[in-house]
Design a protein around this ligand. Structure first.
Ligand code: ZN
Ligand code: ZN
Length: 453
């Protein structure tokens, strides 16, 4: 019987939701555990229609939106579900990074199962749970060091930092008694930590892995425009150099690299970057984890200030950042001094800001996946209403299809499992053995056998 297997409980023919199980005899560990961005979820739960906090697993199992696995969930999360509580049958879970589609369901796991993360990921999860509605639950946290093996029974896991659109992202090399497998997590090689991605793939190549589970978000045909992070900087420089009005930008909330790019561009143009109190809180939490001066600190660093959104109630965590925050009236008067990072959900601020027509709006996020993206239509309606000039400038968090193929050619893994993609067939362009995984099927890690029965 095969001792060492890998199976996929999520991230199969969908973007996000990776849940990878690696077993070696009695040892069983898990990699990532979050909801996918698949339409399946939104067929039943959308906007404020969400699983009940009193019976989350029951409400997700009803529509097959979370794996039916024993010895994994906490007793509290299982409340009311037709899945019995069993003592943990997993010996650890490793997270690749703090994006919701990889960590969002952590809150439902049995708190007895150790959670292995890097120090930075832990700090990010803390910052997110303190300043948003996303919670991760109580856990037996175990912090690992970069490139230092962690042993769990007979399994050895080596965490390698990689470049992604959130800091402190990891790929793993996992050694079992019958072979080794690499798991890339989400990665790119066109951001500020590209060298980390290169070093990871060098290690994977040197390991001569039997298998690799690789993300394929951008595998196949992706007609959307993609910049490098440096390319985004040049584009923002160009925009700021050609306007004397306020400039607006919209980014992902945890894309620290993008915030640094916007901050550097604003400073170079003699402007200040204005951020929300939540972004200020994030930067303040992240700064100690980076080399001194690398991440600007609200209230201390030049070229950074907080925008005071109109609201009736404030949270404790944001109060330290609100004292010196600038209200709409002041920003409106002296708009040319600022690059304002404004979330989509905070667009009503424009009603007070009244940006002069033709002021630039830099959309520094992914272009929509489909033509009928509702929020994209709404965004453009707002921009048209205020006569703003739309510009797209984004560096994706993911490697392109051709990059994925050339990396696979280099590492020459025995078997390639494409995950985190709607297009696993695109990996057939790779000359090696490609196995688009089936949900819950167990695949041997060593050798070249097919499905383990
Ligand atoms: Zn992801
Ligand atoms: Zn990600």
């Amino acid at each position: 019987m095969t001792r060492s297997t890998v199976s996929f409980l999520g991230g199969v023919r969908e973007i996000g939701g990776n849940k990878i199980v690696i077993e070696d005899g009695d040892e069983r560990i898990l990699f990532d555990f979050g909801p996918s961005f698949s339409p399946a979820f939104e067929q039943f739960y959308v906007d404020f229609l969400q699983p009940r906090t009193a019976s989350p697993i029951k409400d997700l199992l009803e529509f097959d939106l979370i794996p039916r696995v024993e010895g994994l969930y906490s007793e509290a999360a299982l409340s009311g579900a037709d899945l019995a509580y069993r003592a943990p049958e997993f010996h650890g879970i490793f997270l690749t990074h703090a994006h919701a589609d990889h960590a969002g369901y952590l809150q439902y796991l049995d708190p007895e199962i150790p959670v292995y993360v890097g120090k930075g990921t832990r700090a990010l999860l803390d910052a997110i749970s303190q300043s948003t509605g996303q919670k991760y639950g109580e856990h037996d946290w175990r912090l690992f060091e970069d490139r230092t093996p962690v042993r769990i029974g007979g399994i050895e896991v080596v965490p390698h930092p990689v470049d992604h659109s959130i800091p402190f992202a990891y790929g793993y090399i996992v050694r079992t008694s019958e072979g080794s497998i690499a798991y890339t997590g989400d990665f790119r090689q066109h951001g500020p930590r590209a060298a980390d991605t290169h070093a990871f793939f060098e290690a994977v190549e040197a390991e001569k892995v039997d298998a690799i589970a690789i993300e394929g978000t951008r595998a196949g045909n992706d007609p959307r425009m993609n910049f490098s992070e440096d390319g985004v900087r040049r584009e923002v420089d160009r925009v700021l150099g050609s306007t004397h009005d306020i400039a607006l930008a919209c980014t992902y909330p945890r894309d620290v690299d993008r915030l640094l790019t916007l901050h550097a561009a604003a400073r170079a143009a003699g402007r200040e970057l204005l951020v929300s109190s939540r972004t200020a809180f994030l930067l303040n939490s992240m700064a100690p984890l980076f080399p001194a001066g690398a991440v600007p600190i609200p209230g201390k660093s030049a070229g950074l200030a907080v925008y005071a959104r109109k609201k009736r109630m404030t949270y404790l965590w944001e109060r330290p950042f609100l004292d010196a925050a600038l209200p709409a009236e002041e920003v409106r008067r002296t708009g040319s001094r600022y690059l304002l990072a404004l979330d989509f959900y905070h667009f009503p601020e424009m009603i007070d800001l009244r940006p002069p027509s033709n002021s630039p709006f830099i959309h520094s996020m992914s272009e929509p996946f489909s033509e009928d993206d509702v929020s994209d239509e709404v965004m453009h309606r707002w921009l048209d209403h205020f006569g703003l000039t739309f510009l797209q400038a984004h560096a994706s968090g993911h490697a392109s299809g051709p990059e994925l193929m050339s990396l696979l050619d280099r590492v020459r893994a025995g078997t390639v499992f494409p995950i985190h993609t709607e297009n696993p067939e695109a990996f057939r362009a790779h000359s090696g053995r490609v196995v688009p995984p089936e949900l819950r099927e167990r695949y041997p890690i060593g050798g070249s056998a097919g499905v383990s029965r």
